[in-house]
Design a protein around this ligand. Structure first.
Ligand SMILES: [Zn+2]
Length: 120
């Protein structure tokens, strides 16, 4: 082993530590996670879980505002009866979902947890 090899190994070690640390810190909100919004069972949009944004959904069933913030998704506004979808709170893990039955709206997270099923 030459001196340069040790330096290279050192750099690789630091890099792998940095990568595992960042994966650890991000937890379930991995790169692969996407937010899927579906109405009537049809996907109307997919968004990165890592980009903060607000997505208004207005259709014949009513109004919803889906908010992506800080790696989490929640319904910020809804004019449905009961507002159960707002009460469902924030989701952040692959497989989690929020439904607004009166508006036939479904918001769920795909990917994360090493199960990358994104087919787009
Ligand atoms: Zn609702």
């Amino acid at each position: 082993m030459k001196k340069n090899d040790y330096i290279l190994i050192g750099i690789l070690l630091i890099l792998s530590l940095a990568v595992s640390l960042s994966v650890f810190l991000k937890g379930h909100a991995s790169e692969a996670s996407v937010v899927v919004i579906a109405v009537d069972g049809n996907a109307v949009g997919t968004y990165s879980l890592r980009e903060d944004r607000e997505i208004p959904i207005d259709n014949e069933y009513g109004h919803n505002l889906i908010v992506i913030s800080d790696g989490k998704v929640f319904i910020g506004e809804s004019d449905c009866d009961g507002r159960d979808c707002i009460a469902m709170g924030r989701i952040s893990k692959g497989g989690d979902r929020i439904v607004c039955l009166p508006h036939r709206l479904e918001v769920y997270i795909k990917g994360g947890d090493g199960v990358d099923t994104v087919a787009y």
